[in-house]
Design a protein around this ligand. Structure first.
Ligand code: ADP
Ligand code: 5GP
Length: 191
């Protein structure tokens, strides 16, 4: 059985990565998503094991020391990492796996998995990004400022990615990602 593709979705916080991902997963039942480990506190409504595995710093540090992460990074004062084993198992069973991760982690994936399909999600404008971050209503002012500061650095790196998709209209952006994934699959089939 051919192994699945590793797909990386990156972009500034609030750009709509999670929303795009949910839509993709609903439409493509064969796609799998990796559940990350984070030291961030759960937001209202977030469920351990579904949205994230919530861990303390000590647990996270131990997992890093034991090489349990495919990649990991610090973002806005918290650590985030992709558990290695479940992703490797899903790929080996022939499923494509999406990682929704920030820039530093995406760079690590590029180093270690050069065949990964790496997509950067851009906002239609800076104002729209700020509105989405605030409109989500889940981060306090300090967290929003940290995320906006980091967003500038992330957007400056968009050209490092093989594909850039602007999340203006959700349906249009999902369709563009779908066509990228179809193209990536047909390239694999030919090689
Ligand atoms: P991220 O996962 O990148 O941090 P989210 O998926 O949580 O972002 O989206 C942030 C906010 O933006 C949410 O309130 C979401 O409903 C909204 N949003 C996402 N995509 C769009 C879009 N295309 N147009 C308008 N609002 C959007
Ligand atoms: P949030 O706190 O908004 O859920 O996530 C903050 C940022 O961390 C987002 O850009 C998200 O994509 C990223 N992130 C989530 N999980 C991981 C992970 O496992 N690794 C890395 N490097 N970033 C992650």
């Amino acid at each position: 059985m051919p192994t699945g593709k590793l797909i990386v979705l990156t972009g500034p916080s609030g750009v709509g990565k999670g929303t795009l991902l949910r839509s993709l997963l609903q439409r493509h039942r064969d796609l799998r998503v990796s559940t990350s480990v984070t030291t961030r506190s759960p937001r209202p409504g977030e469920v351990d094991g579904r949205d994230y595995y919530f861990a303390d710093r000590q647990q996270f540090t131990r997992m890093v020391a034991e090489n349990q992460f495919l990649e990991w990074a610090e973002f806005a004062g918290n650590c985030y990492g992709t558990p290695r084993q479940p992703v490797e198992e899903m790929l080996q069973s022939g499923n494509s796996v999406i990682l929704e991760i920030e820039l530093e982690g995406a760079r690590q994936i590029q180093q270690n998995f050069p065949d990964a399909v790496r997509i950067f999600i851009l906002p239609p404008s800076w104002e729209a990004l700020e509105q989405r971050l605030r409109g989500r209503g889940q981060d306090d002012d300090r967290a929003i400022s940290q995320r906006l500061a980091r967003a500038k650095e992330e957007i400056a790196a968009a050209q490092e990615f093989s594909y850039q998709v602007t999340n203006d209209n959700l349906e249009r952006a999902v369709a563009e990602i779908e066509s990228i994934l179809t193209m990536a699959n047909s390239n694999t089939a030919r090689s």
